[in-house]
Design a protein around this ligand. Structure first.
Ligand SMILES: O=C(O)COP(=O)(O)O
Ligand SMILES: [Mg+2]
Length: 220
């Protein structure tokens, strides 16, 4: 009998390009404080360590520092805006076909994102993906988030035993996989800040059509 296989995906910058919506939510948050706005490229560079860190980076970029009361107000506005922010989000080309192919190959599929659970569920619903993942760990599911290994380990545990693979786009994901001792497939078209070579990875891909073959190779 074939050993079970488990594959866990990151969300932002891996399955979906959500930067435009995050930028929109960030702009509303900054406007509410009378602060100047940031560019889409800046927004992209602030994504990766969850919503709390995102807001801190945003505030620091335009105001020079974090003032606790202001940071809290900004967090509240951002959370509200983020929940509604999926109209501009695009699924990367080939993602749905690749996930279907992986399922057909016998992979059990999970999600491990640093995005909080409320906007994560909202975006999954938006794309009709509520039942796509057998397990979902968000940035606020546990007390620790990526790059700590716990959420990835927890997602894998929920998927049972067997060979495993993590797929993500960023330095945070590469570090998480390394910390958990899990093979890592790097999607190169997401929000990473450094060259591909600088991120520890088992395999890298730029086209989702390549992933089923990569996974099959790792599973051999
Ligand atoms: O929301 C974030 O900061 C990052 O989200 P991700 O873990 O899905 O890339
Ligand atoms: Mg990501």
């Amino acid at each position: 009998m074939r050993a079970p296989m488990r594959i866990v995906f990151d969300l932002d910058g891996t399955l979906i390009d959500s930067a435009a919506d995050i930028h929109h939510a960030a702009s509303a948050t900054l406007r509410a404080e009378g602060l100047s706005e940031v560019t889409l490229a800046q927004t992209r560079s602030f994504v990766g360590n969850g919503a709390r860190v995102f807001v801190e980076r945003l505030e620091r970029a335009v105001a020079g520092s974090n003032i606790p009361e202001r940071t809290e107000r900004m967090r509240a506005v951002f959370a509200e805006e983020y929940r509604k922010a999926h109209g501009l989000t695009q699924v990367y080309p080939g993602v749905e076909e690749a996930l279907a192919a992986l399922k057909a190959q016998g992979w059990r599929i999970g999600l491990c994102t640093n995005k909080p659970m409320v906007p994560t569920r909202a975006v999954l619903k938006h794309f009709g993906w509520e039942d796509l993942f057998e397990t979902v760990f968000a940035g606020d599911s546990l007390t620790r988030m990526k790059p700590e290994p716990e959420p990835l380990e927890a997602a894998l545990e929920e998927l049972g035993e067997g060979l495993c693979l993590f797929v993500g786009d960023s330095e945070v994901d590469a570090a998480t996989a390394k910390a958990a001792g899990v093979p890592f497939a790097l999607y190169t078209e997401g929000y990473r800040k450094n060259p591909v070579e600088a991120l520890p990875h088992t395999e890298a891909f730029s086209d989702w059509a390549e992933l089923p073959a990569i996974a099959a190779r790792i599973a051999r």
